[in-house]
Design a binder for this molecule. Structure first.
Ligand SMILES: Cc1ncc(COP(=O)(O)O)c(C=O)c1O
Length: 441
């Protein structure tokens, strides 16, 4: 493609950019205008290797022809149709494809448009389930410190990232939190799942002692991503599952980043050997080509809510775009690619190389911890005195200018390349990052 024909904005004023330093960006814009395979291209045509699959979402790589064509075909056939009291075939097919991939017994799929909507939908379904089974006192939702479940009021409240809450004051009532699992004293530089911390799941017993039988659900990310890659200690999620069962509490996994191959299996649940009652997903579901999220529930949850309701609408919840035809087309094509190219298998095959490459940065200046699991790595830097996040942001900017896209959260660098990544890409991502960390004091 002629790079001169790539779109360029004629002013940057109007777009209030999300989760961005708008004032800095508009003085120092860094633009992406095209994407293909493992790479983005700037409007000037400079290549930037994608070390983050966009935002943890383009697992099959960029510009995949099969997905593009499926969207084009569907747009020409039928642009939109409602799914309130009506249906279109492609939405049912997309749900069936998702249900084939989720763990056995998690067979019902509710469509949303994002991870945030999936989180809030899952919480509402959990409350509806408890009410439908005669436990309407169960109104309490338990999250985890440092958890991220998007930006809706439910996900924000159950989430545990202070910075995401401090501007907004009002939170959902009846929410409490488990402690996070980050324990650098015992687990620093652990490879894969850390050894220590299973007992942190027992803190759910303390919350049950405090709140009695008022807890509806616990929601956690199998691997906490946005907070800076916190891998669950060995046995921790199993213990959480046991305690939820013991106390009549639903377990929700937020699989928005761990779904669709990121951990070398279809979902994190499979890799970690724990089946939740409800799982949320988004991102990799459509390879991010069209926004779409989903909530998959156990048949027990669905049957209780649906069959326990009087005739008529069973769940007073839904989005205009639930099961949107273009998103459904993108999901079907993405999940077909996922299988044909065995993306989880590719992730599994390269994971040992990825792990070694990530941990090779352990002696770089200012690196205080490295964590990894599946095709994820978190590299934590010591913050600059009085300026948290500034050091990692400088590393981010240098990497971008040197042709590699990384992601930073605070002073943690989070890497999550498309699952089609190959060894030379891994070498380039880690090499560029290492040079940047060395260059930035
Ligand atoms: C675990 C998790 N849940 C929810 C979300 C929110 O997704 P979205 O930005 O699509 O609303 C994210 C986004 O990164 C996420 O990582």
């Amino acid at each position: 493609m002629n790079e001169m024909s790539l779109p360029r904005p004629n002013n940057l004023d109007s777009f209030w950019m999300p989760y961005s330093d708008n004032r800095y960006f508009k003085q120092n814009p860094r633009m992406l205008a095209r994407a293909e395979g493992m790479s983005y291209y700037t409007p000037e045509g400079r290549e930037v290797l994608d070390g983050t699959a966009g935002l943890w979402c383009c697992n099959a790589g960029h510009g995949r022809r099969e997905i593009v064509e499926a969207i084009q075909k569907q747009a020409a056939l039928m642009d939109f149709a409602p799914t309130f009291q009506l249906g279109h075939p492609i939405a049912f097919e997309a749900a069936a494809r998702v249900a084939e991939m989720t763990p056995a017994g998690i067979d019902k799929v509710f469509f949303t448009n994002s991870g945030s909507e999936s989180a809030d939908t899952a919480l509402k379904i959990a409350l509806a389930y408890q009410k439908a089974r005669g436990q309407s006192q169960r109104v309490r939702l338990i999250g985890r410190e440092r958890g991220y479940h998007g930006v809706g009021f439910g996900g924000m409240s159950v989430g545990g990232i202070g910075g995401n809450r401090k501007q907004f004051g009002a939170m959902l009532p009846y929410v409490d939190h488990l402690p996070h699992t980050h324990d650098p004293k015992r687990n620093a530089f652990a490879k894969g799942q850390p050894e220590h911390g299973i007992e942190l799941a027992d803190r759910l017993e303390d919350l049950v002692a405090l709140h009695g039988d008022t807890i509806a659900a616990v929601m956690v990310e199998p691997v906490a991503g946005s907070t800076g890659v916190l891998v669950p200690p060995t046995g921790y999620l199993q213990r959480l599952r046991e305690l939820c069962d013991k106390h009549g509490i639903l377990l929700i996994f937020d699989e928005v980043i761990t779904g669709f191959g990121r951990l070398g299996t279809d979902f994190g649940a499979e890799r970690l050997g724990v089946t939740p009652d409800i799982m949320t997903m988004a991102k990799g579901l459509t390879n991010a080509a069209v926004p779409m999220g989903a909530v998959a529930t156990s048949n027990e949850v669905f049957d209780t809510v649906v069959n326990g309701s009087p005739a008529g609408i069973e769940l007073f919840h839904g989005y205009t775009y639930s099961g949107h035809p273009l998103a459904s087309a993108a999901a079907i094509a993405t999940l077909a690619l996922h299988r044909e190219e065995d993306l989880p298998g590719r992730a599994r095959a390269i994971e040992p190389y990825w792990q070694e490459a990530a941990h090779s940065l352990s002696s770089a200046p200012g690196v205080v911890d490295i964590r990894d699991f599946g095709l994820i790595a978190g590299i934590e830097l010591a913050p600059r005195e009085g300026k948290p996040g500034a050091r990692a942001m400088d590393v981010f900017r240098k990497c971008f200018d040197d042709g590699v896209l990384i992601r930073v959260t605070g002073d943690i660098i989070a890497l999550s390349p498309p699952l089609i990544v190959e060894k030379p890409h891994v070498d380039r991502i880690m090499g560029t990052l290492s040079d940047a960390i060395h260059a930035i004091a």
